[in-house]
Design a binder for this molecule. Structure first.
Ligand code: ADP
Ligand code: MG
Length: 253
């Protein structure tokens, strides 16, 4: 089995005259949590959606677990899990019904309670998606990516808008999924999150990869240039204060 599970070579995507992705290349290793970081509009979602077979590329080559995207997109679809946007969930169905619906689409037999347990939502089995808190919605949508027992899951900004407790809770969930052998590709605007979660990150800006390494190496490289933080670094930050005062317990029920 190859060490590389996703290989992207010279990927380009134009929207009309606009070059959103300008010839990027990177590999994702089997079993890692790989982060795509970059400002809004950098081309992160475009890149992910192309790999997910949901968007056409302009040019370039992509292999997912040995399958060529141009030749075998359906084989790729079978081995990946993609987080739906919230609008993808029927509002009047409860979580158990939604899981049966997705399992049916994937032709999978699944125990909804087992799946809900794995994301700590057993209590919400009879609740409707719209009745969930932000963190619960994210946990549920991550659960739905696991229904077809994928080798890779794609998470596009899964923690945006969540409170610090819910964010940490999701980090634990993502680490558990990785520990079970699933490769994870994630985008985030939270650098603390990328530092904690990601084995390697690619930083993408205006459609180009401008850095790719482990968070640790990227930080060391910056320090080696003589960079120092302008402010004296304290032993804690405001987020530590917040967590210390309000605790790690989830507040969403
Ligand atoms: P990111 O996810 O990094 O914020 P996107 O991949 O969503 O960036 O978008 C990259 C660029 O492509 C942006 O400038 C965006 O406006 C543009 N773009 C994205 N989707 C489309 C589309 N369907 N049609 C035209 N332009 C698009
Ligand atoms: Mg995006």
């Amino acid at each position: 089995m190859s060490d590389v599970i996703i290989s992207v070579k010279n990927l380009k995507k134009n929207y009309g005259d606009f070059e959103a992705v300008k010839g990027i290349s990177f590999d994702v290793k089997r079993g890692e949590i790989f982060g795509l970081l970059g400002p809004n509009g950098a081309g992160k979602s475009t890149t992910l959606e192309i790999i997910e077979t949901l968007r056409q590329k302009t040019s370039g080559e992509i292999f997912v677990d040995g399958f060529n995207l141009d030749i075998a997109p359906n084989d790729i679809k079978k081995i990946i899990g993609v987080q739906l946007q919230t609008s993808g969930f029927y509002p009047s169905l409860n979580l158990t019904e939604l899981i049966y619906l997705f399992a049916g689409l994937y032709n999978e037999i699944i125990d909804p309670m087992y799946l809900l347990d794995s994301v700590n939502l057993r209590d919400k089995a009879k609740s409707k998606y719209k009745e969930l808190s932000g963190g619960q919605k994210q946990r549920f949508s991550i659960a739905t990516t696991l229904i077809n027992k994928p080798r890779i899951i794609f998470l596009d900004e899964p923690t945006t808008g969540l409170d610090p407790q819910a964010r940490r809770n999701l980090w634990e969930l993502i680490k558990t999924i990785r520990a079970s052998g699933t490769t994870v590709i994630i985008t985030t605007h939270y650098m603390d999150e990328a530092e904690v979660l990601c084995d390697r990150v690619a930083i993408i800006d205006s459609g180009k990869i401008i850095a790719l390494n482990t968070p640790d190496k990227l930080i060391d490289e910056l320090v080696d240039t003589g960079f120092e933080r302008p402010k004296e670094v304290k032993k804690a930050n405001l987020e530590d204060v917040f967590i210390n005062l309000t605790g790690h317990v989830l507040r969403e029920d």
